[in-house]
Structure formats: C-alpha cells, structure tokens
Design a protein around this ligand. Sequence first.
Ligand SMILES: CC(=O)SCCNC(=O)CCNC(=O)[C@H](O)C(C)(C)COP(=O)(O)OP(=O)(O)OC[C@H]1O[C@@H](n2cnc3c(N)ncnc32)[C@H](O)[C@@H]1OP(=O)(O)O
Ligand SMILES: O=C([O-])CC(=O)C(=O)O
Length: 382
Amino acid sequence: MTEQTNSEKIYKGLAGVVADHTAVSKVNPESNSLLYRGYPVQQLAAQLSFEEVALLLWTGELPTQEEKDEFIALERSHRALDSRVKAAIDLLPLDAHPMDVGRTAVSVLGANHPQSGDSSPEVELRKAKELFAAFPAVVAYDQRRRRKQEVVEPRDDLDYSQNFLWMTFGEEAPEEVVDAFRVSMVLYAEHSFNASTFTARVVTSTLSDLHSAVTAAIGALKGPLHGGANEAVMHTFEEIGIDKDETREEAAARAKTWMEQALAEKRKVMGFGHRVYKSGDSRVPTMKQALDAMVEYYGRGELMGLYDGLEAAMGEAKNILPNLDYPAGPTYHLMGFDTEMFTPLFIAARITGWTAHIQEQRADNSLIRPLSAYSGPDERSL
Ligand SMILES: CC(=O)SCCNC(=O)CCNC(=O)[C@H](O)C(C)(C)COP(=O)(O)OP(=O)(O)OC[C@H]1O[C@@H](n2cnc3c(N)ncnc32)[C@H](O)[C@@H]1OP(=O)(O)O
Ligand SMILES: O=C([O-])CC(=O)C(=O)O
C-alpha cells in the first residue's frame, strides 16, 4: 500500500472519521445522550456507586452482589500509597504539575507490577482494578504534600468516594459533598473515542502493556483542549476575579464583559464547545445539578454569577455551549481541591473507561496506523 497523495481527502483531526466499533459507550449528539454499556449515564449517576459503574464498564453488565463484594474487598486492599510511588513523587519538585505527578505514578506502578510482562485478559482486568484503587492516594498525597500536610492513611470502612475525600482532606466529607463527587466520577468515567482513550487504544494496538497505554492517555488528557479544560475553567474564574461579597448579578455582569473582550481578542475559552456534541454536552445538566448542590451547601451564589454570565455571553455571541469541564471545575473548587488537582481527578475517573477500551482493543486488535499526505519538498539530491 502506498501513502496518500495530496489530492486525496484529509480528515484533519480525524473529525468525522469512524475508527472502529466499540461496545463500551455510545455518544449520541442527535439525541444528546450518553449510554454506558446501554444504560443512560444520568440513571447511573443517580443510582449507582462509582465502584458499580466501573464494574459495568469493564464487564459489560451490572455486577452481582458477589462480584461487587469481591471487587470492593480488592479495592480496599489496594488503597494505600505505594512506598515506591511515594519515593518517586518525592523526587519531583513541589510545583510539578499534578498531571506530571499522576503520569509518573502510573509509570512507576507499571514498572513495579509483579506481572508487568503479562497482558492476558484476566491479568489486565486485575491491573485495571488495582490502578483504580491505587490512584486516589496519588491525588490525595500530591495535594497534601503541596500544602505541607502529612499523608492520611485510607480507611476501609468508607466507600471509594468517601475515602478519596478522607485521604485528601483528613476529615470525613458531608454526604452532600460525597454525592456530588461520586456523580462527577460517574460522568467523567467514559466517553468513547475521545483523544485520551484513542491514545490508549493506539498504544494498546502495538501490543504494549496497560500501564504504558494509561501513561500515554494521561499525557493526552493533560492538554487544555481535553481534560485540562476543567483546571482552565477555574483559571478563567480567577482571571475575572472571585469576590465573595459581590451579588450574583454583579458577578454575572463582570463575567459578561470579560467574555465579550475575550471573544473580541479571538481567545478560546476553555469549558465551552465539543468536537461531537454541537447542541450541548449530555452530561452538563447532571453535573450542573451537583454544582448547584455545592453552591447551596457552601453558600457561594456569587460564583454562579460568574458561571451564568460566561455561559450567557458565549451563547449570545457564538451559540457555543458548555462541556462537562465547565460545571466540574467550580464544583471541585468548592469542595476544596487545589485548581491544579482537577485534571488528576478526571484521571481517577477515566481509568475505568481507558482500561475498558484497552481490553476491547486487545480482544480484536489491528495496529492503528493511518496514512499521511506528504507535503515536503520533491525528491532532491545532496
Ligand atoms: C471533557 C472534555 O474533554 S470536553 C472538551 C474540553 N475542551 C475545552 O473546553 C477547550 C475549549 N474548546 C475547544 O477548543 C473546542 O470547542 C474543542 C477542541 C473542544 C472542539 O473543537 P472542534 O470540534 O475542533 O471545533 P473548533 O475548535 O474547530 O471550533 C469551531 C469554531 O468554534 C469556535 N470555538 C469552539 N470552541 C470555542 C471556545 N471554547 N471558545 C471560543 N471559540 C470556540 C472556534 O474558534 C471555531 O470558530 P471559527 O470557525 O470561527 O474558527
Ligand atoms: O469526547 C471528547 O472528545 C471529550 C470528552 O468530552 C471526554 O473525553 O469526556
């Protein structure tokens, strides 16, 4: 087969290209819906624990009680911060970006895994579960070391979300906060062939291992056009200025002026727009409810002034709607996470989707290697 010629159609950014089948999730922009293994994500977010959603994504079916119990036991036994991961993180500067910390941690876990050379389906599923269990301690430790706080050991009387918040903040989170956190994890878990998942599939297609694929996926997630947007949303809020004494209306008016100026300068405003959804992200209404609950819990209506003002001004000027990162950013801010920790929270959730796709890619593999149209100089001699 020869490489494409210049006259052939180029699908820049692979926009509109259907690269393969997947049974993991269905993103439907026409009906503005998202199904995980056939179930609407809104139902899953309303009724299931994140542990149950993870099992659904991996196995394709809702878990039985026995499967759930077995997984919960495994998850609770792999929560503690691995000493080799801690040693590697301690070598990194305190201001290293937490996405770099997360990427390093997964790499260290992969290199030290006792079955690092075994990519059989059973072992890979086990590795996925262990990584799911181990990653929260990395996020919690990184936020705490940056704040010069001691490590908080996990507690096995708490579920995944409760324990995540416990290890990060060193106190039991109220029910309202745990619920908003759980909802964010469920919504962030999976989204078909997004850039990071596709990256994980490309790496897997070479028959490389699960930790290499996840490490590469973290690199793709870090960018502000993808997962890095949840952090960038908060930077926008900070740039506009958060003033707790302001009314909602005053904040909205300032946000509107800021957005008009940003668009006049042709800036991209993170947290808006989507490659697939053109009439709204299916997950935003559910995440917005979780944000509203946090705003009410913490009594921070002025933040919603900024939120509403930006959304309205972007809608009026360009008819571009928020994506999931837009409500997720301020939700994590209200919970007390440092802004730089937001995208690592996305990693914790997306480990489920990535590893479900890694399994699927491996089960029916074909090396992912597209063609390119050469645009350099004609052949020449030295
Ligand atoms: C969980 C997630 O990963 S969701 C995505 C998170 N990413 C972001 O929030 C980053 C901001 N958004 C964007 O950059 C884009 O909307 C993307 C990358 C997500 C999707 O982009 P694409 O489908 O490639 O559309 P593209 O970037 O070409 O935008 C089309 C038009 O809308 C404009 N546009 C799209 N999003 C934005 C935005 N956030 N701010 C300003 N203008 C925007 C573009 O400037 C472009 O305008 P033009 O035709 O006048 O040049
Ligand atoms: O689907 C995408 O391109 C990005 C996205 O929303 C996600 O990964 O959750």
